[in-house]
Design a protein around this ligand. Sequence first.
Ligand SMILES: C[S@@+](CC[C@H](N)C(=O)[O-])C[C@H]1O[C@@H](n2cnc3c(N)ncnc32)[C@H](O)[C@@H]1O
Length: 180
Amino acid sequence: MKRILSITFGLFLISSLAFCKNDSFREPDVVWVPTPQEVVNKMLEMAQVKKGDVLYDLGCGDGRIVVTAAKQYGVKAFGFDIDPERIRDSRENVRNNNVEELATITQADIFTLDLSKANVITLYLLPQLNVKLIPQLQKCRPGTRIVSHDFDMHGVRPKQIFEMGGHTIYLWETPLQMEK
Ligand SMILES: C[S@@+](CC[C@H](N)C(=O)[O-])C[C@H]1O[C@@H](n2cnc3c(N)ncnc32)[C@H](O)[C@@H]1O
């Protein structure tokens, strides 16, 4: 009887833990849509990525920006995504391209991150999410370049805007220039 009770309690504990884990999963703030490779290349060119830079892609999807930065520029690149499926895709992409020494993928909510170690930040989110990031971006080191695919950051004056084949790329540099 004692044995049956302890097995039942064990099963109850396991199912409760599984429920808590699912319950704490936060839905992504924006769905995954990949940036076309030619736009990725232009984003990194506009950010003037160079050896020694540290790139963060906030919401890294399948990891294509992180992989390109590591492979083409030889920089340390970190991708963050909240969705476990995207984390799996990104890690596979990193492995397939043999850039494990430079590229790191972490599951995290981007709004909880300290961005002060990055000096290049890439975004493909939504306008309101870019605005929500402003307090974190304002804490970045001076000279940090921020590039965003398609979406602006209301209230912050871009340094450059580039149009290519229906896509827009925005570039900002810290300290951010707030519009009056
Ligand atoms: C439009 S995709 C961009 C993917 C990649 N950066 C690119 O340009 O190809 C946005 C990504 O952000 C992720 N995402 C959404 N909300 C997030 C959050 N709060 N924290 C981390 N990642 C998030 C989604 O899971 C998705 O993979």
